[in-house]
Design a binder for this molecule. Structure first.
Ligand code: SF4
Length: 439
């Protein structure tokens, strides 16, 4: 708690994707370096920070709901400051104060790391800052997420303008971090005990720094650092190259998981979504991946009920899902995002129909996930142990090379270790196994 009403402690709540989690870790480290102390509860904090997401309306409503709930806290602690940073701050700017007048600071996606300067009233800062182009990308220090795993953002923004997506508007044009920044960031994390790194970008496949493309970058991270395991996300089907798959096939440090958002199975809908690939191209890419990699878990994102999607086009999505057999999928019904191109389309699939299409798709994918997971039975998975299971302290929880959650029993704390676990059973969401003892 502050003495003399000074800001001494902070609390951050993160909404949205892994890139936000990575930014939260970095922001927390920046504040800590400046002398502020992170506290586990909002009630103890002098500065409440909300790192926000705009991808879905629900995410923004949750932030607004939370801001409403804490307005009473602010009345009892008038010196407390509230900061909304990230995508929603970028999208709404000062307008956010119309809905939440008690918010003190609103910092857009390129201004998040200036929060300590804003709090300290350093000259040139303002309580609302959303202009792009102020972030000196390589000055942002990557920070590990847990003692054994870390995220490094390799590129920011997106140039793809998929018609349903708000990201290019709130995160700006795509720009890549330098190779040195990424390689040095991984080395620093390895020195701190990290064994698994995830390289993050809205479209990692279009990473380009000078002449280094994403495949070259992966090879350099694998060869020039002592990191044991490398993951990346998200890939775009139009940019995922054979060269990248070949690097994955040759490099055992690269985990056998590809998240490749398909979104829809109909070419007309893909065109309307601005996805710039055909379903044939997507299927060819999957075929190449499965030919080159003896084992790979393939996951995806899918949207149903996109404006004008017919029954037949929806069936094409089901057919593609049946044919490809994804290990798992994030599945959504279309919802309009103001400010996107698709918001000008007639949102003509009735809500009831969208829900029905989504439920049928989820049921199909669950069957497929079950089958895919049961194929893992008897396999020995090299599993990074993340800690005790969230549901039961009888089990430990880990993630396989294919990014699947596996539960197993152990009588010692092996968090952070990479252990061989033989899978003995599986359901649609989780694997169960036993540690393979050496000798
Ligand atoms: S690739 Fe498309 S869906 Fe992904 S962030 Fe960019 S615009 Fe959004």
């Amino acid at each position: 708690m502050a003495s003399n009403n000074k800001i001494e402690t902070f609390h951050i709540t993160t909404f949205g994707c892994q890139m936000n989690l990575a930014d939260t870790s970095t922001l927390a480290a920046t504040l800590t370096t400046r002398g502020y102390r992170r506290v586990p509860s909002e009630a103890e904090a002098d500065l409440l920070i909300f790192n926000t997401c705009s991808v879905r309306e629900r995410a923004e409503q949750r932030v607004l709901g939370r801001l409403g709930e804490i307005s009473g806290l602010k009345r009892t602690k008038p010196h407390m400051k509230i900061a909304v940073v990230g995508c929603m701050a970028q999208r709404l700017g000062a307008e956010l104060r119309e809905q939440a007048p008690h918010v003190d600071y609103i910092l857009g996606t390129d201004r998040v790391f200036e929060l300590p300067d804003v709090v300290e009233g350093i000259e040139g800062t303002d309580s609302v800052m959303t202009a792009f182009g102020h972030e000196n990308m390589d000055l942002i220090t990557p920070v590990k997420e847990t003692p054994h795993s870390g995220f490094i953002t390799i590129s920011r923004g997106c140039d793809n303008y998929c018609t349903y997506c708000i990201v290019p508007y709130v995160r700006g044009r795509e720009r890549s971090h330098s190779v040195d920044y990424i390689v040095d960031g991984v080395k620093k994390m390895v020195d701190e005990g990290v064994v698994e790194i995830t390289l993050l970008g809205q479209n990692v496949n279009s990473y380009l720094y000078e002449k280094t493309d994403f495949s070259d970058l992966l090879a350099r991270v694998a060869h020039e650092t002592a990191i044991e395991r490398i993951r990346f996300m998200t890939s775009h089907p139009k940019d995922l190259s054979h060269k990248l798959v070949d690097v994955m096939a040759d490099e055992p440090k690269l985990m056998r998981h590809l998240h490749l958002p398909m979104q829809a199975g109909s070419d007309r809908i893909l065109r309307r979504m601005g996805r710039v690939y055909s379903i044939e191209h997507y299927l060819d890419t999957v075929a190449y991946i499965r030919k080159k990699l003896d084992y790979v878990a393939l996951t995806t994102d899918l949207i149903v009920g996109f404006p004008s999607e017919t029954d037949e086009e929806y069936r094409q999505t089901l057919n593609a899902v049946r044919e490809i057999q994804f290990d798992s999928a994030f599945m959504f019904r279309y919802s309009e995002r103001p400010g996107t191109k698709a918001a000008s389309f007639d949102d003509d699939v009735p809500e009831k129909e969208k829900i029905d299409r989504l439920n049928r798709l989820i049921a199909l994918q669950q069957e497929i996930s079950l089958k895919r997971n049961q194929r893992e039975v008897e396999r020995v998975c090299h599993t990074i142990v993340e800690g005790e299971s969230r549901r039961s302290n009888e089990f430990y929880r880990g993630r396989t090379e294919g990014n699947k959650t596996v539960l197993f029993e152990t009588d010692r704390d092996c968090t952070g270790e990479v252990l061989p676990v033989r899978i003995k059973s599986a359901d649609s969401f989780t694997l169960h196994g036993d540690i393979v003892e050496a000798g």
